[in-house]
Design a protein around this ligand. Structure first.
Ligand code: PLP
Length: 443
């Protein structure tokens, strides 16, 4: 596409003067400027083309500018651009129905939010209000979002049922490559992590614990799927102690692992242990309009049949978000996009990244599935000592120079293209990773 380079200069200058960025010291930022995007590619005002192997913040599962999703948003904007959450809207019902159907047996309704963090907030709220307990167990090495103070700061009756910014307890989940339990095999890691979780529950007091909150596959923390049997063990502990299991599928859901939801993956969860609540966002509509939500089991939904649910948002079930969800889920279903993600992982990305690790000493571990992979970078394969931030920054620069948009976290490169990525695009990216690793190793 033709863009005016002067607009790129202006975009950069306006950003640096007026835009306050997330998670950053503002002074030294040099943001990448995107002009437009299509499928797996992002275009700049200077006429450069980048292969997007970040999926932005791991959210453009359907790729950029999918024509059916764009058209659905345009059509909905013309018909009914906004509507109060208390009214019924056809498009919202259609979106909720599709999400419940993809979640499968065990789920009956959807509560919509504006993004992932408030999906987690509301899932926790539901768990507390139905168990009449307050503590939330979640893992070290997790990310669940960036809210929590807004309702506590609120000055009316809505605050009182929600004064709950307390009672968070952390434990270690399974992670065989960097085990906290001295495990050498996934089987050991599974058994020991489950024992540690049960000891934590007992030590904290089962009568105080409302929820176990888990990313089905931890994402930003390093993309490490739990060993088979772990989620089943969590389900059993939740049942034994009357605890709600909340699956955080914000990053892992809607195709990323080659499944609609990561907890449904037969290699991760062979006996299909089912959570009570699923938090989603990102891939549900690939972020074309901000949205998230909670998929709710019938038992929890029914608990609010006669009792008020004390939560809500002006834009809950926003029609533009709902229209983009309907179009996105339909296109992903019709075009086999989730199946493509699985095929790419099994046949192209997995084998390609493992071949890369044979060549580059720095790659200590390759792990993942679907289009959800991490390269764990080390200074020494025996000690697994993580490489420095400096090394990762140099790799990022080398990848940008090779026209690949990278995703980096701590000592890792996350290889997270959209679910529509093709074998040829994977081959192009692998060549860029190969070149970048060689360039950094030489210096
Ligand atoms: N949960 C997980 C697993 C995430 O990866 C994220 C965001 O990266 C969130 C929750 C928070 O979502 P949001 O940034 O939409 O609030």
């Amino acid at each position: 596409p033709a863009h005016d380079p002067a607009d790129g200069v202006r975009a950069y200058e306006l950003d640096r003067q007026y835009v306050f960025h997330s998670w950053s010291a503002q002074g030294a930022l040099k943001p990448f400027v995107a002009a437009s995007a299509q499928g797996s590619y992002v275009y700049t005002y200077d006429g450069e083309t980048y292969l997007d192997f970040s999926s932005q913040l791991v959210n453009t599962n359907i790729g950029h500018s999918h024509p059916k999703v764009v058209a659905a948003i345009q059509q909905q904007a013309a018909q009914l651009a906004t509507v109060a959450p208390s009214h019924a809207a056809l498009v919202r019902g259609e979106a909720a129905k599709r999400i419940v159907e993809k979640a499968g047996p065990g789920f009956s309704q959807v509560f919509f939010t504006n993004g992932g963090a408030d999906a987690i907030e509301n899932a926790i709220r539901m768990a507390r209000l139905t168990t009449h307990k307050h503590k939330v167990l979640s893992t070290y090495r997790s990310y669940h979002g960036n809210t929590g103070a807004a309702i506590a700061a609120t000055g009316d009756w809505r605050r009182m049922p929600n004064e709950y910014a307390y009672g968070h307890v952390h434990f270690f989940g399974p992670f065989t490559y960097r085990s906290e339990f001295f495990s050498e095999t996934p089987e050991q890691e599974c058994a020991r992590a489950l024992r540690h979780l049960e000891r934590t529950i007992v030590a904290e007091g089962p009568g105080t614990i409302a929820a176990i909150l888990l990313e089905s596959v931890p994402g930003t923390a390093g993309i490490f799927a739990p060993p088979p049997g772990y989620l089943e063990g969590v389900r059993a502990l939740a049942d034994k102690y009357g605890i709600v299991w909340i699956a955080d599928e914000v990053m892992a859901g809607f195709g990323r692992t080659g499944d609609w939801f990561a907890w449904q993956n037969p290699t991760i969860n062979p006996n299909r242990a089912t959570p009570d609540l699923i938090a989603f966002a990102k891939g549900v509509n690939s972020g074309y309009v901000p949205v998230g939500g909670v998929v709710i089991s019938p038992t929890i939904a029914e608990a609010f049949a006669d009792k008020v649910f004390p939560g809500g948002l002006t834009y809950s079930g926003h029609p533009l978000a709902a229209a983009s969800i309907v179009a996105s889920i339909d296109a992903m279903t019709d075009e086999g996009i989730v199946e493509n993600a699985r095929m790419i992982g099994e046949q192209h990305l997995g084998p390609g990244l493992r071949a890369l690790a044979e060549k580059h000493e720095m790659i200590g571990d390759v792990r993942g599935l679907g289009v959800f992979w991490a390269l764990d970078l080390v200074t020494d394969r025996a000690t697994r000592e993580p490489v420095s931030v400096d090394v990762v920054n140099r790799l990022k620069a080398e990848l940008m120079a090779r026209k690949v948009l990278p995703f980096a976290a701590e000592n890792r490169i996350h290889v997270v293209p959209p679910c529509i990525v093709t074998p040829d695009q994977v081959a192009d990216a692998l060549q860029a990773y190969d070149g970048a690793f060689s360039a950094v190793a030489q210096k």
